[in-house]
Structures are given as C-alpha cells and as structure tokens.
Design a protein. Structure first.
Length: 277
C-alpha cells in the first residue's frame, strides 16, 4: 500500500458491506483529490445524507467515529504530498533552496529604508557620471547596476578592472558620487580606491558584508549586505545574489523619485535599442 492511501484502502475493503447511502459517501471520498471542508455538517448537506450515516460509514471502515476518519483522511493527503515533494526535490536541490531562502530573509531584514532613500536621492541629484567599482562577482553586479540604471537616464559607468578603478578614483571630482561593491570588504584595490576618491572630495557609498568599523570612516554610507558562510567563494549559491537584492530595492526607490521623468527616459533608451541599422 502506497504512503498516503491507507484511508482510501480501508474504504475499499469495507465498500461491499456499506449501504447504498454509505456507498455514496464512500464514492465521494474515494474520488476526492484535495483537502476541503470535511465537517459532518458540510458533507451531510453536500451528499444529502444524515450525520448519523457519516458516523456509521466511518465505523464500518474501521474508525471510532467520523471525526477520527476525517483526521486520518486528511493526514493521508499531507503524507502523500510530503512524499511527492521528497521524490521530486533532491537533498541537493533542497539545500540550494534553503540557502536562497536564508539569504533573502537576511537581506530584507538588513535593509535600512531611510538609507535607501538617501542613496536614491543622491543618485537622482548628482551632476557627474557615477562610477561603480567592483571586482570578480561584485564586478558582475557593477555591470548590472550600469545596465539597469542607465535605462532610467542615469549617467553611470561600471569599472571592473583594477587599474581602471585606481585611475578613476584619482580623477573623480569633488562632490561626485562613487559606488563600490565588495562583499568581503577586503578587496584591496576597491578599498584603496574609495579612500582616494574620498580624499578627492567624492561622496562614497560602499556595499559590503564586512562589519569593520574602519570602513565607515572612509565612506559616507556603508550598506550592510547579507552574508552566508562561504558565500563569496560561490560554493553554495551565486555570491552576488545578496548584492542584486539590494540593487533591486535601490532601483525601485530611484525610479519612484520622479517616476514620470525616469519612465520617459526608460522608453527612450528602449527605443534606441530597437533601432535597426
């Protein structure tokens, strides 16, 4: 007997001993494929039988009463779907799913709404090109940032080469805005470059999981990024996922700031991409 079929099996075994009205009840429960309202009041009305008939039906199937029958019948459904899930989802897939769930919960718990508003406002009001620094997996996020925000009209450039990051930091103008991504907070070229950019009078925003207090001394904003052990090595899930979550939140805040103007910019950039040469 398959897991999840025990109650229906008992109904089938008792079927020939049931009266016509009881067999009508049996047919309903044998053909049913989902949990619903199985209360005696609801089923008696639905099947045009008395609640006493339901009680006799349950006892003939081997249960103390209708209430116990319903309990076991629903439990069989739960067992069936649990078994089905276990068969269809391997331990490996379940582990990946858990890691994604954990990182998403942590990411949204860490989000500082006021901080997102401040950064979005600075992006909207900057007069200069916004350089976005990132190396390795953080570099992928920097390029995604450029692609997403450029479509809304922001003058932004992703810089993912170590020498280019260093040179850009030495040339940024006073009052400009610099964004940097470093999950570990220890990428030397990125940290050295935001120090240099800060010395040149730029406003610096760093996205990192590091809790090093020294980073706050060289940045105007430090956005805390969710982190799982071994995340930056990519041995669990894509290490940039926590940064991408923050990117999406920031993007939404940025778009909400003068959404009509940004929507028009978005339409124009999409039109440009559709031009055939």
């Amino acid at each position: 007997m398959a897991k999840g079929d025990s109650t229906k099996h008992k109904i089938e075994e008792a079927y020939t001993s049931l009266t016509k009205s009881e067999q009508g009840v049996a047919d309903y429960f044998l053909e049913n494929t989902a949990i619903s309202d199985f209360s005696s009041k609801h089923i008696s009305t639905l099947l045009y039988v008395s609640e006493a008939t339901l009680s006799r039906f349950a006892k003939k199937c081997g249960f103390k009463g209708y209430r116990e029958f319903v309990y076991m019948y629903e439990l069989d459904f739960k067992d069936y779907f649990t078994e089905k899930e276990e068969k269809e989802i391997s331990d490996i897939t379940r582990s990946v799913r858990k890691n994604y769930k954990d990182i998403m919960v942590k990411a949204f718990d860490l989000i500082d709404e006021d901080q997102m508003r401040r950064i979005a406002s600075r992006l909207s009001n900057t007069e200069y090109t916004v350089p976005v620094y990132g190396m390795g997996s953080s570099g992928y996020v920097a390029r995604e940032f450029q692609l997403r925000f450029m479509r809304l009209g922001l003058d932004v450039i992703a810089i993912t080469d170590s020498q280019m990051i260093a040179m850009n930091a030495s040339l940024v103008k006073r009052g400009s805005l610099v964004l940097a991504f470093s999950i570990s907070g220890t990428t030397k070229v990125v940290i050295d470059s935001i120090k240099k950019a800060k010395q040149n009078g730029a406003r610096v925003v760093l996205f990192t999981s590091s809790k090093d207090k020294k980073l706050k001394e060289i940045c105007d904003e430090v956005v805390e990024v969710a982190y799982l052990s071994e995340l930056e090595t990519g041995t669990k899930i894509s290490p940039q996922i926590s940064l991408l979550i923050l990117l999406d939140v920031l993007y939404t805040y940025y778009f909400a700031n003068d959404s009509y103007f940004k929507a028009e910019k978005y339409k124009r950039t999409l039109s440009a991409l559709e031009i055939k040469i």
